[in-house]
Design a protein around this ligand. Sequence first.
Ligand SMILES: *[C@@H]1O[C@H](CO)[C@@H](O)[C@H](O)[C@H]1NC(C)=O
Ligand SMILES: *[C@@H]1O[C@H](CO)[C@@H](O)[C@H](O)[C@H]1NC(C)=O
Ligand SMILES: *[C@@H]1O[C@H](CO)[C@@H](O)[C@H](O)[C@H]1NC(C)=O
Length: 351
Amino acid sequence: MSPATVASFLLSASTLCGAAVVVAALNTPRNVRLTSTNMDLVLRWDPPEGAASDLVYTTKYKTSVTNYEVGCLNISTLECDHSSPGISIYEYATYTVAVQAQLGTESSAWVEAGPIKLDRDTIIGSPNVSLFPNGAALEISIEDPVFKISALRDIYNFATYNITYWKDGQQDKAQSISNIQQNRMVLNYLEPLTKYCVQVQINTKWNPKPSEPSSPVCETTTSEAGAPWEAAVVTFVLMSMAVALVVVAVFYHKRISHFLCPKGDLPQHFKEDLLAPPNSPILFAMRNSLPLEEIYHQVSIIASDKSTGGGCPQEAAGTPAANPLISQGEREEPGKLRAAMKLSGSADRSC
Ligand SMILES: *[C@@H]1O[C@H](CO)[C@@H](O)[C@H](O)[C@H]1NC(C)=O
Ligand SMILES: *[C@@H]1O[C@H](CO)[C@@H](O)[C@H](O)[C@H]1NC(C)=O
Ligand SMILES: *[C@@H]1O[C@H](CO)[C@@H](O)[C@H](O)[C@H]1NC(C)=O
């Protein structure tokens, strides 16, 4: 072999090998997936087959109406969250995201994932539920999951809670209350001193999937009368009052019974007087008299008015009987005076 031949062989070999190395380094990332939870926008991928250890990745994203913009640049991790600061995404947009691998000046092809419509497709995380027992009731306090951009109530105006509760150990008999809008509510009429568990899910009209359910939280109801210390205070007061009543009753037993049921021994002569038949003739007469007949005569009282001028015959006659203030009855019987007065006032005044 001549040196020239050797040189040419080495050259072609190195060229071939070099080309092979470049092609291997530019394999695309595998298993690329785009997800959204609580309004984030995360692209994840696996490294290309046979990837070098110093491989870096770049992502780009676009909406259905805009061009691609760079997301994460030259990162060595296998995911990029496009809701991070520095990348601005909008809650109502539809996103497609792509990734490529880079090594030195060489790049792989882009691999796309999506599209995702954020507000409709995002997975709503579980709410945070706290329980506060109060007698035979449980107060439930619900915190919405925190969104990466915007807030649950801003995006889903009509979000409601679906509250499921059951007696501990009887989840098969769970009951649900749905369409709850306020984030505090009270479960009433539970059994006192019983452990209940509660799980909450959020329903939105726009996002077809309910939120992830909260992990069940359990609390034991207290006794009926309210908080334990309240019950204790009420019991103490009632007991004290009862004891005081008993003490009073024992000490003043005689006086009380005397007051309530007086023995009432009146002197004998009072009794005789009270029980004896009346012997007064007046009383006797009053008792036996027949009802008295009421006799009355009709009396007309005629009003006169001097200021109207002398059109009235009575006035002209100057009869004192025309005075309207006179009410004249006729004595039919002692003590029986009835005067029926017929006032013909208006007719008289006109005279
Ligand atoms: C990203 O990596 C490429 C290739 O490795 C390089 O050319 C470029 O300068 C890098 N950019 C930054 C901002 O580091
Ligand atoms: C849920 O609420 C409790 C009490 O307010 C708090 O300590 C906890 O960090 C919250 N958990 C989440 C996931 O928000
Ligand atoms: C509420 O949640 C329960 C338990 O997950 C479920 O069976 C029920 O269908 C839900 N109700 C509504 C209106 O979403």
